[in-house]
Design a protein around this ligand. Sequence first.
Ligand code: SF4
Length: 243
Amino acid sequence: MDTDVLSYHNFKSSPLTDLHPTDDLKGALLVLDWTYKTYGESVVYACSFGAEGIVLIDLISKIKEDANIVFLDTDLHFQETYDLIDKVKLRYPKLQIELKKPELSLEEQSTQYGSALWKKDPNQCCYIRKIKPLENALDGATAWISGLRREQSLSRSKTNYVNKDERFKSIKICPLIYWTWKDVWSYIQLNNLDYNDLHDKNYPSIGCIPCTTPASETGDQRSGRWQGLNKTECGLHTKSDSQ
Ligand code: SF4
């Protein structure tokens, strides 16, 4: 695959969605290599430390061992997630992993908005605890990396390698768009990567404790997120993306 075709400036006229790379990693390493060569130090990987996250961390470490990685630490994550981050830090000591906190503590949020905001107004809660911190983390960054895969949900089915991100005034790179869930786990097992223990308890997608349950038998892999609420995304990946 010609890396020029991945250029953001060309992507609208290039049918990236029709590209089907045939290498074992489905283009992921090539896309990452292009990303760091094109955008250099101003690339941030916003990692949730899910299964796709640890695959991307391993791939990124092969290209840029001191890459900038941000975890949006809402103060509401499972202990298993924090345990995994500690293991990743040990395995990849040169990576620059930052746990980005919201401006408001949970107590301050309760005082200003009432308790359990995630029940009353989850969009506002996500804005305070995820979107605003990512906005701050991406200040000065020209590109950010995300582990979105097309098969995860309908809302992600048209994601491209390179997406103009109107929400964060940046470019969003998604190297794993063609990976299946099976591809992700094959890579994890083949490379003996640490992963979140909750994945073995039917949590394919893991976020904050109040908004994460095991996946339903009939739903997609994100069916355990915001169950019972009219919400499927935290707002980091909105339809404002040009895809
Ligand atoms: Fe709040 Fe839930 Fe969003 Fe976490 S996922 S920031 S708890 S609404």
